[in-house]
Ligand binder design. Structure first.
Ligand code: SF4
Ligand code: SF4
Ligand code: FES
Length: 276
C-alpha cells in the first residue's frame, strides 16, 4: 500500500524537476555583447560581437563561440581551460584575468564586456601577445646552486618550515598577469631594467631555498631593478594562484638588498650565519 502510494508521487516529482530544470535553463539563456580587440602589431580596434550565453559560461567560452560562429580568424591563446597553463591571460573590462576562470555571471552583461590583449607586451594578433621577453628574463637569473649533500648517500636534510616558505612561490603558472598589471612595465616600459613581479617571485624561491648557496643580491639591486617596485601590491591582487607576491617575495628581497648594501652589521651577521 505504502509502495503504491509512493509511485505517483515519485513520478510527479521527476516531471516537476524536469519542468523546473527546463524553465531554469531558459532563464539562464540570454544574449551578451563582447567588445573584442582585433588587430596586430601595427594597430587595431574594438569590435562588438553579440552571442548567446548560458549559466556557467566563462569569458573563454564566449570567445570560442564568437570564433566558431562569427569570426573564424579571431586569434586567442589557450590550452587547459582549467586555470593551470597560464595561456589565456587577457584584460577583461580592463582587469588582467585568465579568460577561462572569469565567469560571465560575475560580470555585468547589461553592458558590453571588453576583452583586450595584455598591454605590457607587444601585440601579435587579436588577443595574443608576444610574452617571449619573459623567457629571456628568466635566463638572466642565476640558477639554483645546492650545497653538497648532507649524507654519504647523496641526500640532504631540510627543516619543513624552510621548505614551506618557498612552496607558495612554486604555484606560479607563469600567466604573466602580474607583469601586465605592474605599472613599472605597463606604463613606464622598464623592461630593460626591471624583471617584474613574476621573476622577483622566482628569485625569492631560489634565494630562500634552504639548499641554495648562490648570491643574487647585487643583481637584484642593479640588473633586476628591485628598487623600482614601490609596493603598490597590484601584482598580488591579480595573481590567480593567490601568491602573496609583495609581502612574501618582494619585501624580503628588498630587505636583503638593504642588509647587503646599507647595513654593515646585518651584512656581517648574514656572512657569519649563511643565507636565511
Ligand atoms: S608591488 Fe611592485 S612589482 Fe607589484 S605591481 Fe606594484 S610596483 Fe609592480
Ligand atoms: S606570480 Fe601569479 S600572476 Fe604572476 S605569473 Fe605567477 S601565477 Fe601569474
Ligand atoms: S586556458 Fe589554461 S589557464 Fe586558461
Amino acid at each position: 500500500m505504502a509502495v503504491e502510494a509512493l509511485k505517483p508521487d515519485f513520478a510527479d516529482t521527476g516531471e516537476q524537476l524536469e519542468k523546473q530544470s527546463a524553465s531554469h535553463k531558459q532563464e539562464q539563456v540570454g544574449r551578451a555583447t563582447f567588445r573584442v580587440w582585433r588587430g596586430d602589431s601595427t594597430g587595431g580596434k574594438l569590435v562588438d560581437y553579440t552571442t548567446q550565453v548560458t549559466e556557467g559560461m566563462v569569458v573563454l567560452d564566449a570567445i570560442h563561440q564568437i570564433q566558431a560562429d562569427q569570426a573564424n580568424d579571431l586569434a586567442v591563446r589557450w590550452n587547459c581551460k582549467a586555470g593551470k597553463c597560464g595561456s589565456c591571460s587577457a584584460e577583461v573590462n580592463g582587469n588582467p584575468r585568465l579568460m577561462c576562470m572569469t565567469r560571465l555571471n560575475d560580470l555585468n552583461l547589461e553592458e558590453p564586456v571588453t576583452v583586450e590583449p595584455m598591454r605590457a607586451f607587444p601585440a601579435v594578433r587579436d588577443l595574443v601577445t608576444d610574452v617571449s621577453w619573459n623567457f629571456t628574463v628568466k635566463k638572466r637569473i642565476k640558477r639554483f646552486k645546492p650545497r653538497p649533500p648532507d649524507a654519504p648517500d647523496g641526500t640532504w636534510r631540510m627543516a619543513q618550515a624552510d621548505i614551506g616558505r618557498v612552496q607558495e612561490f612554486r604555484k606560479c603558472i607563469e600567466c604573466y598577469l602580474c607583469q601586465d598589471v605592474c605599472h613599472v612595465l605597463r606604463d613606464h616600459h622598464k623592461h630593460d631594467s626591471f624583471i617584474g613581479p613574476r621573476f622577483l617571485v622566482y628569485v625569492a624561491a631560489l634565494e630562500m631555498h634552504p639548499l641554495d648557496t648562490e648570491n643574487r643580491i647585487a643583481e637584484l639591486k642593479e640588473a633586476h631593478g628591485v628598487g623600482y617596485c614601490n609596493i603598490t601590491k597590484c601584482c598580488t591582487a591579480v595573481c590567480p594562484e593567490n601568491i602573496t607576491i609583495t609581502d612574501n617575495a618582494i619585501i624580503p628581497l628588498k630587505e636583503r638588498v638593504v642588509d647587503e648594501f646599507f647595513d654593515p652589521i646585518a651584512r656581517l651577521v648574514r656572512l657569519v650565519r649563511g643565507k636565511r
